[in-house]
Design a binder for this molecule. Structure first.
Ligand code: 13P
Ligand code: SF4
Length: 337
């Protein structure tokens, strides 16, 4: 058996946790993990966070190696921001349906059809699409960033039509939406959610903005993974219905063990269909091998990296500062080139 596909012969009997700890020290590596990772990966990570927090950590770390327990666009973002580091992703097949829904050539053609629009783009996309974009956003920074863009500026928002639609409604904007969806959040069932709410009438619902409107409409709180986690800690209720990828419940149970968290169901009445199949590809075995071999490694052609970096730098500046677009330089179509 190929050791990268599971517990191969050479890994049998290894204390993977101890080996990962040894290699992390030897390599001067930092292990970053997203909230959707398996609990054992979250528990050994040096830092667990949402897409924005993880980008910030990748930009500021002084480690020589970043081992990214997340999906490929997240590891690529780390490489774009920290090109001098070795960035490894335990499984290079850990993609994202939103990225898949937005091929760069089609996105470029769409932009060309709308020359007066700027492209505000969700971080869940390829390096090429980032390079074709003016400003990147995450779910936790999108509203703050949009509030710094004048209302009369036409905007293309991609690739998540549900996140874009949610922000359009909330902020009374009219962004042109790329028709991509997250297959994980798309799978929640309104009918099953209403049945669950009837069983737990006092439990609020927290939803990620990647959910479709028929789920968002039943939510008491809508926000990024870190926002949902904070809501779980601050809410008065004892029970929360969680409409996002269920592995985040691990952090909620650690933070507030006396409360109860229930994953919102899919059409089959349970929440297993809402496990992200891409995030699930990363395992302890593959992380061990990635640290041992420093493979699979993220590599990005330098010209492409620099173009993508511009739109990510604008995100980092606009997400944390009180500056407006004028302070960040002109954002016009073609500025990504
Ligand atoms: P967050 O930025 O909220 O962590 O979202 C990342 C993601 O991929 C959600 O599906
Ligand atoms: Fe992509 Fe959805 Fe998985 Fe997030 S949960 S990585 S948006 S497929």
């Amino acid at each position: 058996m190929d050791a990268r596909n599971g517990i191969g012969g050479s890994l049998t009997g290894l204390d993977l946790r101890a080996e990962i700890d040894r290699l992390r020290k030897e390599r001067n590596a930092v292990i970053l993990a997203h909230y959707y990772q398996k609990p054992e990966l979250q528990d050994l990570a040096d830092f667990v966070g949402d897409s924005l927090d993880l980008s910030r950590k990748a930009a500021e770390t002084d480690a020589d190696v970043i081992a990214f327990c997340g999906v490929r666009f997240m590891a690529e973002t780390a490489k774009i921001l920290s090109p001098e580091k070795i960035v490894v992703l335990p499984d290079m097949n850990a993609g994202c349906s939103l990225e898949d829904s937005c091929p760069p050539d089609q996105f470029a053609a769409f932009r060309a059809q709308h020359p007066d629009h700027i492209a505000l783009t969700y971080i869940n996309c390829s390096v090429e699409v980032k390079a074709l974009s003016d400003i990147i956003v995450t779910s936790s920074s999108a509203e703050k960033i949009l509030s710094q863009i004048p209302k009369d500026q036409p905007i293309i928002f991609g690739p998540d039509k549900h996140l874009g639609g949610y922000i359009n409604r909330k902020m009374d904007r009219d962004m042109l939406l790329w028709p991509g969806v997250c297959i994980v959040h798309e799978a929640f069932s309104e009918t099953e959610l209403l049945k669950l709410k009837a069983q737990h009438p006092d439990a609020p619902v927290a939803a990620h903005p990647e959910c479709p409107p028929h789920v968002i409409d039943h939510a008491d709180y809508v926000g990024s993974t870190s926002g949902i986690l904070a809501y779980a800690q601050s809410m008065d209720a004892d029970t929360l219905i969680v409409a996002t990828e269920p592995h985040i419940i691990h952090q909620m149970e650690k933070a507030v063990p006396h409360k109860t968290f229930i994953g919102a169901p899919g059409a089959d009445g349970n929440c297993n269909c809402n496990i992200c199949p891409y995030m699930a590809l990363n395992t302890m075995e593959k992380l061990y091998l990635a640290l041992r071999d420093l493979e699979p490694r993220i590599e990005i052609e330098e010209g492409m990296r620099l173009k993508a970096r511009k739109s990510l730098d604008r995100m980092l500046a606009m997400a944390s500062a009180t500056v407006g677009m004028g302070d960040l330089g002109p954002v016009k179509i073609g500025s990504a080139d």
